[in-house]
Write a protein that binds this ligand. Sequence first.
Ligand SMILES: Cc1cc(O)cc2c1CC(c1ccc(O)cc1)=C2c1ccccc1
Length: 241
Amino acid sequence: SSLTPEQLISCIMNVEPPEIYLMEDVKRPFTEASMIMSLTKLANKELFLMISWAKKIPGFVELSLTDQVHLLESCWLEVLMLGLMWRSVDHPGKLIFSADLKLNREEGNCVEGIMIIFDMLLAATTRLRELNLQKEEYVCLKAMILLNSNICSTSPEMAEDLESRGKLQLLLDSMTDALVWAISKQGLSFQLQSTRLAHLLMLLSDIRHISGKGMKHLSDMKNKNIVQVSDLLLEMLTNTT
Ligand SMILES: Cc1cc(O)cc2c1CC(c1ccc(O)cc1)=C2c1ccccc1
């Protein structure tokens, strides 16, 4: 896109989805079903907001529809998890799924196999806190997760997909420039700026890993019929797992 890094950052800062609420009084202690039901209900609301968020990212709707769908299908849990980590950064030991759904790690005990992923999320959140991640950096990373998410898909045959792939690379490069710009505003030495960039990009690798664990866990629960995922979520889950 023809935006400067500064313009791109203020644009994606302005299209940040609003905080959402579960809007139901959850009965505690949780059961496996009630916890997953709450998470599913919350995630479903977030997914609808995520789709409209993606379409407001400059250049995203200029991509082929195939690319738009594949990008969202492969990154949706990564984006949800980075958002979760961001909301939790000032609450050590807790996962702030929403203002009315705050879980501590012990509550992960009521869903088999989820505690270990909760601990990964808490560790990654600690990393965000140690890095003192800035909101400008956060919104860049979230957009990069979307734009970088199906980089390893097969190289396109159709000409229009080739064109779309070229546009996608340009978008990702402008988002990287925006992240470099956001880091440069913090008065760090050049050496520390590149070290910080490396630390932030390594976070993306951790998020991809945790999301993979979460996706496996979620599809295991779907297959055990523990979770009734919405049609949208089912769509997201089936096309990628
Ligand atoms: C750790 C783990 C394991 C798992 O099996 C499922 C999930 C999670 C986290 C998580 C989640 C939800 C909302 C967020 O904003 C951020 C993360 C979900 C989840 C649940 C239902 C539907 C979709 C996603």
